[in-house]
Design a protein around this ligand. Structure first.
Ligand code: UT7
Length: 319
């Protein structure tokens, strides 16, 4: 029997404050119509002053642990994907570890921007498969609105804050993460980056994006990596029960669904309500669809994401 990582439960947390497209139209040259037509986004959640990435992550984690029926002290690995850590160091994962009163195991952050959750899942899955962890919390959490340039309408309208988490446990059988597939290509740096950092400018910086270029890369690279995941498992697209895609743009999501012949009933979409929450986007969508009973045990789920780096990836999971 193969040792695998089974998703025992998922949880999500969104900050209370909701900012609609009309709210943004009052402070910059944009319209609800443009944002909905180009992206499918209608609103986003924005963290309150004093509410940090670790706070969102801890709340999502508590909910994931409760859904999984796992006690915090059973967790021996925390992998947190974020681009907006509380501090330059230590890892935000260690803040979450302390908030959850966990005093054993290891906690660290993974940085792959919007692909962060897929990367974190792959890391935790490999720890579990190698026998180095039994129970892992995998978190995607962001206060992404803090690194936006509110004078740049091309990016300011696209992102939101939030957190999602899953609990993985080692088990022997058919269920669990069947494969993960990670890629990056640093030559495409200029398509999507932050113009600052501790080593370069000493300032946090703001998101810069060549939207059309990222869009083109997203469509081709996500299609390739989904195919890679299917091929690795000898599966055909018709065997996919659920596509849980990165929630950046409705047009990219619809394009993937169409390419793989998936009806919209098989695709989890939250971009309309959450906008792009970077590393939190996939676990937020996953937590919603597991929580409301759409995703059921035994079903085949494909997750995918792409973001700055460019870095992208996919995972195929039997729930
Ligand atoms: O999570 C990381 C991955 N990120 C993504 O996947 C994002 C991928 N890219 C996209 O989703 C799309 O490229 C965007 C939504 C960012 C932009 O959509 P687009 O159809 O590529 O529009 P565009 O950037 O080519 O802009 C079209 C027009 C421009 O005006 P002109 O030059 O045609 O007169 C922009 O200035 O729309 C204008 N524009 C806006 N208008 C109103 C750009 N932003 C806005 C805005 N409101 N917020």
């Amino acid at each position: 029997m193969t040792r695998r990582s089974v998703i025992l439960g998922a949880g999500a947390y969104l900050p209370e404050r909701v900012v609609t497209n009309d709210d943004l139209a009052k402070q910059m040259d944009t319209t609800d119509e443009w944002i909905v037509q180009r992206t499918g986004i209608r609103q986003r959640h924005v963290a309150a002053e004093g509410e940090f990435t670790s706070h969102l992550a801890a709340k999502a984690s508590e909910r994931a642990l409760a859904a999984a029926g796992v006690k915090a002290n059973e967790v021996d690995l925390i992998v947190l994907a974020t681009t907006t850590p509380d501090e330059t160091f230590p890892a935000t994962a260690t803040r979450v570890q302390a908030m959850l009163d966990i005093t054993r195991g290891a906690a660290f952050d993974v940085q792959a921007v919007c692909a962060g959750f897929v990367y974190a899942l792959a890391v935790a899955d490999n720890f579990i498969k190698a026998g180095q962890a039994e129970t892992a919390l995998v978190i995607g959490a962001e206060t992404f609105t803090r690194i936006l340039d509110w004078n740049d309408r091309g990016t300011a309208v696209l992102f939101g804050d939030g957190a999602g988490a899953v609990v993985l446990r080692a088990a022997y059988g058919d269920r669990g993460v069947l494969s993960t597939h990670l890629h990056s290509d640093g030559r495409t740096h200029d398509a999507l980056y932050v113009d600052g950092g501790p080593s370069s400018t000493g300032k946090v910086g703001h998101v810069r994006m060549a939207g059309k270029e990222v869009f083109k890369h997203a469509v081709s690279k996500l299609a390739q990596v989904i195919q890679e995941a299917l091929d690795a498992n000898g599966m055909a697209a018709k065997e996919i029960d659920w596509l849980v895609p990165h929630q950046a743009n409705r047009r990219i999501i619809d394009g993937m669904a169409e390419k793989y012949g998936l009806p919209k009933e098989k695709v989890v979409v939250t971009v309309d309500r959450h906008a792009n929450t970077s590393a939190a986007s996939v676990p937020l969508a996953l937590a919603e669809a597991i929580g409301d009973g759409r995703i059921k045990p035994g079903q085949i789920v494909v997750i995918e994401a792409i973001g700055g780096g460019l870095a992208w990836g996919a995972a195929l999971v039997r729930m």
